[in-house]
Design a protein. Structure first.
Length: 249
């Protein structure tokens, strides 16, 4: 029997999911950052700030971070700003169009060799075991077809003592807010996607993929199964987003 995966609300052959996801991000790459601000009323900035606070890049020594599914380099830029001059970030993403926007942003910010961009699948990272002090994924893991493989790779490339942080949309747990959030997500976001990025369908996928993603307890369990220790998470903004943390010990 063919293995399947969720692509938004659809059930598709597992092998087809990545190409469908790639089409979404190819289509939205140029408007991706603007859309993030519009869709989240700028809240994605606060969520990413929380990720960087938890990452706590050292101020006085080298620090190698891999930002998996790093897209347009938003997390990388923030980590470099928060860390020392010896902070190095590798942004890895499967989508060349998202990375192209990231390279342009890095050039505008004159980041030089503080950041490098690698076109790679989170399920098969082209880096040696134990190469990085920390690994982050922001709003990326739900797009990976084989999430377990992505988590196993994040674990593999971390040094012993390394931290893994995963920011992802989660399950709204505040009565009233859940209905409002559904109304907004299924009606306003696709309309915004159509008006701003000329693509309602991609944003419908993004909303539906959020609903399909495992709840925070279940995802914490997947992190533990991948080998991470001291797995914790905290919900933000009424559960709209969860910040997961685990260590390679
Ligand atoms: C919602 S964007 C998040 C981008 C960025 N981390 C941020 O927070 O702004 C999801 C990203 O995951 C990437 N992605 C999807 N599947 C991937 C995979 N298998 N390996 C690596 N990146 C992937 C997409 O190309 C896209 O850039």
């Amino acid at each position: 029997m063919t293995e399947t995966a969720h692509f938004g609300s659809q059930q598709v052959p597992l092998g087809d999911k990545q190409a469908l996801v790639d089409n979404v991000f190819r289509s939205v790459a140029r408007r991706y950052d603007l859309m993030n601000d519009l869709m989240s009323f700028g809240l994605h900035r606060a969520w990413k700030d929380a990720l960087i606070t938890a990452l706590d890049p050292p101020k006085n020594r080298p620090f190698d971070l891999i930002d998996i599914a790093g897209g347009t380099g938003d997390v990388a830029l923030r980590a470099i700003e928060a860390g020392s001059e010896q902070t190095r970030v590798t942004v890895c993403d499967i989508n060349a169009d998202m990375l192209a926007v990231g390279r342009e942003r890095a050039a505008v910010h004159r980041l030089g060799d503080a950041v490098t961009f690698a076109e790679a699948n989170a399920e098969a990272l082209p880096f040696a075991d134990r190469s990085f002090d920390a690994a982050t994924v922001a709003f990326g893991i739900r797009n990976v077809a084989r999430i377990e493989a992505g988590l196993a790779e994040a674990f593999r490339v971390l040094r012993i003592g390394g931290k893994f942080l995963c920011l992802e949309f989660s399950t709204v747990d505040v009565p009233g807010l859940d209905r409002l959030y559904d109304l907004y997500s299924f009606n306003v976001i696709p309309a915004l996607g159509s008006a701003v990025a000329g693509d309602a369908e991609s944003y419908r996928y993004l909303v539906e993929s959020i609903r399909r993603f495992p709840g925070p307890q279940a995802f914490a369990g997947m992190m533990s199964a991948a080998g991470f220790s001291r797995v914790t998470y905290r919900l933000m903004t009424g559960g709209i987003v969860a910040l997961h943390c685990g260590w390679r010990l």
